[in-house]
Write a protein that binds this ligand. Structure first.
Ligand code: SF4
Length: 467
């Protein structure tokens, strides 16, 4: 059977980079005649794009492959491929651990799956390709033709120059490589002009390190992309505090298309912990960056990542983190218990914080994060916000939209019946539940569209951070 009749089921774990990589994987398969299925039982090919950043993600992958192997006994011809950071980290050893997997490929081979499938068909042996490639293969724009839904994720760089002691990214994605400017422009123009997207999200492990290996830099890239006609919003993730420059802050002030939202991981408020993490910044420098950003763009919304229970974290260190979180007043924060990753420098540090203490700290931290998010949402009550619609649903006789503000707050609102996905509409914020917002659209004639009760069935932050 040729690939024309074949269906692929793709499951993505992890960060925006993985979401972007999955779109490339799907593009390469669709251009070879595959179609996507949401039902694993109907698939001829199952691709799992994995994450290695926390141990939990690897556990999920193993249990999913176990379930698929049972299914394979009933449908022996189904092929299973494992992609992503875990494939890159574990490589050939995964074949021994998970016999029956046909293909293992790393983040640098995301556009190569059709070739790897042919190699597997020819040799009838497992194929493993997870080394670091050059950017010509990695960033091949010909493979980004799959219909983007609402995301418009555009990968602009890969890898990371920083060497945080807890992080597996330098081992799984290698050193920083910037994507050529023209290749980025081609993809953005395709997404905006051919697929009608209004917003793009630039992704990379450290997007503001873009251009370190070329003559261009990240602020210049933002200025160039802002010239693309009909592109209304540009977001990006993730940024490193050390590479957050005055030029970048000025972009938030001077480029209307740049959404006033920045995810700036701090990881800890304690200078001792930051030093052991080898973050390359202290909390005072981080606070200076926040002040610089807010001075340039007072509306800017901020989120961060926090690791609790890093080896050696004392009560005083943890209190420093709580103090920092409270004083910055983030709009949102992602928080995690430290998870030891194989072969990272932090594995040599003595982990002397009991798990019960880590859990208690996480609980306390998350309570504060929720309170801060709640307070930020309260400030929007009664205001009018421009919402980019990403999802529409008929509920009885009304049309209900989910979208986000330019500061990346999710809003659910009743909208006019002729509203389309990707429309930008004005919404008056009327209510909120915790940090989730509800509103009424304001039509051009000044009418508001209301409905009795709205509730959420989607998470507020649908995408997880990179680091
Ligand atoms: S945590 Fe981020 S900045 Fe640090 S090494 Fe990992 S990807 Fe790079």
């Amino acid at each position: 059977m040729g690939q024309l009749d074949q269906k692929v089921f793709l499951k993505t774990f992890g960060c925006q980079m993985n979401v972007s990589d999955s779109e490339t994987i799907l593009s390469s398969l669709v251009s070879e005649g595959f179609s996507e299925t949401q039902e694993v039982r109907t698939a001829d090919l199952i691709v799992i794009n994995t994450c290695s950043i926390r141990e939990k993600a690897e556990h999920k992958l193993r249990s999913m492959v176990g379930r698929l192997m049972k299914m394979k006994t009933l449908k022996p011809n189904v092929k299973i491929a494992i992609a992503g950071c875990m494939a890159s980290r574990a490589g050939k050893s995964l074949i021994k651990e998970l016999p029956g997997v046909a293909i293992i490929f790393g983040p640098d081979q995301v556009s190569l799956l059709p070739h790897l499938l042919k190699e597997h068909e020819r040799t009838q042996k497992p194929v493993v390709k997870s080394n670091f490639e050059d950017e010509a293969v990695l960033f091949n724009p010909d493979h980004r033709t799959y219909q983007a839904k609402t995301s418009g994720f555009v990968s602009i760089m890969k890898g990371c120059e920083h060497k945080c002691t807890y992080c597996i990214v330098p081992l799984t994605r290698g050193v920083e490589k910037s994507r050529p400017l023209q290749s980025i422009l081609n993809e953005v123009q395709f997404l905006v002009h051919e697929q009608g997207l209004r917003e793009i999200m630039l992704v990379g492990q450290n997007v503001n390190g873009y251009g370190r290996d070329t003559a261009f830099d990240f602020p210049k890239l933002l200025w160039r992309l802002a010239q693309v006609p009909n592109l209304k919003r540009i977001r990006f993730m993730t940024s490193h505090p050390k590479d957050c420059s005055q030029d970048l802050a000025d972009c938030f002030r001077d480029i209307p298309e740049i959404s006033p939202y920045l995810h700036l991981p701090v990881q800890s408020g304690s200078n001792d912990v930051l030093r052991r993490m080898k973050r390359g910044h202290q909390h005072e420098q981080y606070r200076d960056r926040i002040d610089m950003l807010r001075e340039a763009q007072p509306r800017i919304a901020l989120s961060t990542d926090i690791i609790v229970g890093f080896p050696g974290e004392t009560d005083r260190d943890f209190q420093d983190t709580l103090d920092l979180i409270t004083s910055v007043e983030y709009d949102f924060a992602f928080s995690f218990i430290y998870s030891e990753r194989p072969n990272t420098p932090a594995t040599k540090l003595k982990d002397d914080v009991p798990l019960s203490e880590k859990k208690a700290r996480l609980f306390e931290l998350q309570k504060i994060i929720r309170e801060l998010s709640y307070k930020k949402s309260m400030t929007l009550l009664g205001t009018t916000q421009e919402i980019l619609i990403t999802n529409l649903k008929r509920e009885e006789d009304a049309l209900v939209a989910v979208g986000h503000t330019d500061t990346y707050k999710l809003v659910k609102a009743v909208v006019p019946l002729d509203t389309q996905v990707q429309d930008l509409i004005q919404v008056k914020i009327t209510n909120h539940h915790e940090s989730r917002l509800f509103g009424e659209s304001i039509s051009p004639l000044g009418y508001t569209h209301t409905k009795g009760h709205l509730s959420y069935d989607t998470p507020q932050h649908p995408t997880a951070p990179l680091q």
